[in-house]
Design a protein around this ligand. Structure first.
Ligand SMILES: Nc1ncnc2c1ncn2[C@@H]1O[C@H](COP(=O)(O)OP(=O)(O)OP(=O)(O)O)[C@@H](O)[C@H]1O
Length: 366
């Protein structure tokens, strides 16, 4: 019987890390050299990541990061396998450009995000956390939406969430989170690209900022100047010109690791976890809106440099099954992670035609 190892992935290093505990790794396929991003959550965040994967799996747009598969590991950990975006996030790109991006680049990236949102909204989905850190630049130089941890159906009864500084007024007030809220956040992202800072970063009290968003007519100054109109992103003068002009084409990013950097201000979020002593204050309710995964990653961590063994053994017979996209994660040298196979159509774990050994996965040809 033919036996074939489908893919052996080698973990290279950390690309990003969220407050929820999710970590995004760069990994390479040993055989082809193909690079992948692996978003991984421990047991506590596994359900949220699985939900994120189920949203992403149904999407297909050049402006949304493709999900290539997923797997649930024995220890309760969950992993999403994503197309690697070698340009990193828009926040990384702004940092590389000295803190902010030139206007042609902002127009082009905003146009890409607007098209991604248009695609989502046409499917009655809301991203829920548009910001520079959640938009990555693909190998073709175009921007793609990522991080669907706060994504929701338009009519969802799930709690609203997102990153406070990017919240639209109706989200800050806890009223609704719809397509217009994403467009507001796109405007905030334009501010971020233009200034290198999140909107409202002049305010050092998070809850005061969210109260200002929700209960005053204030708008981020740059967004107003750039006329990013929340009710019609692609129709707005600023973004429409990006869509039509073609005045900027980002250089295709090389298929290589790009060191992530932060230009955002951690201090803005310091009060996010502060306890409020009053039971039913607006501030408390506003504070509860923040998604658990909305804080900034720890870019300074030394984690992620892990050598991976790729010892393999031949397996025994196993019944065949229909399996789509399969990946194999070999056992790591630190023995922290169990090896297993990944199938896009079997998010619960090992494909039925796979054989697990102590150190690898073998899979029968179908
Ligand atoms: N496909 C990818 N290719 C390259 N880098 C990526 C990819 N996906 C994510 N990253 C990097 O990892 C970072 C974190 O990813 P993501 O936002 O999905 O994680 P998260 O845990 O939900 O973080 P948070 O919610 O705090 O933004 C991104 O800002 C980006 O720098």
């Amino acid at each position: 019987m033919d036996v074939a190892v489908v893919k052996q992935l080698r973990r290279i290093r950390t690309l990003g890390r969220g407050a929820s505990g999710a970590v995004v790794w760069l990994a390479s396929d040993e055989a082809s050299g193909e690079l992948l991003a692996v978003k991984s959550a421990a047991a506590g965040g596994a359900a949220q990541l699985e939900r994120e994967g189920s949203v992403l799996t149904g999407l297909c747009s050049p402006h949304i990061i493709p999900c290539l598969g997923s797997r649930a590991a024995e220890c309760g950990e969950y992993q999403l396998f994503l197309e690697f975006a070698p340009g990193g996030s828009l926040a990384d790109e702004a940092a590389r450009s000295g803190g902010c991006l030139p206007e042609p680049a902002i127009r082009a990236y905003a146009g890409d995000v607007a098209r991604g949102l248009e695609y989502l909204h046409a499917r009655s989905l809301v991203h829920g956390e548009v910001k520079a850190r959640n938009v990555v630049i693909g190998g073709d130089g175009r921007a793609r939406l990522t991080d669907f941890g706060c994504a929701r159906a338009v009519d969802s009864l799930l709690p609203m969430g997102g990153t406070p500084a990017f919240m639209a007024p109706e989200v800050a007030r806890g009223e609704e989170q719809g397509p217009a809220s994403d467009v507001w956040a796109l405007g905030c992202t334009v501010v971020e690209m233009a200034t290198g800072r999140a909107p409202w970063s002049d305010m050092n009290d998070l809850l005061a900022a969210v109260h200002r968003i929700g209960y005053t007519a204030a708008v981020p100054e740059e967004a107003a100047q750039r006329q990013v109109h929340r009710s019609a992103a692609l129709g707005s003068p600023f973004v429409a010109s990006a869509a039509a002009a073609g005045d900027y084409k980002a250089a295709p990013a090389k298929q290589q690791y790009t060191s992530p950097k932060s230009t955002l201000q951690d201090a803005l979020w310091d009060s996010d976890t502060d306890d409020e002593d009053a039971d039913e204050t607006p501030a408390e309710r506003i504070g509860a809106l923040a998604c658990g995964n909305s804080a900034l990653p720890d870019w300074d961590s030394e984690d992620g440099w892990i050598d991976v063994c790729h010892q393999v053994h031949r397996g025994a017979d196993s019944p065949p099954a229909d399996v789509g996209y399969d990946l194999v994660w070999p056992e790591e040298s630190d023995a922290e992670r169990e090896p297993s196979a990944v199938a896009a159509d079997d998010s619960n774990g090992i494909p039925r035609n796979a054989v697990v050994t102590d150190s690898s996965i073998w899979q029968y040809s179908l």
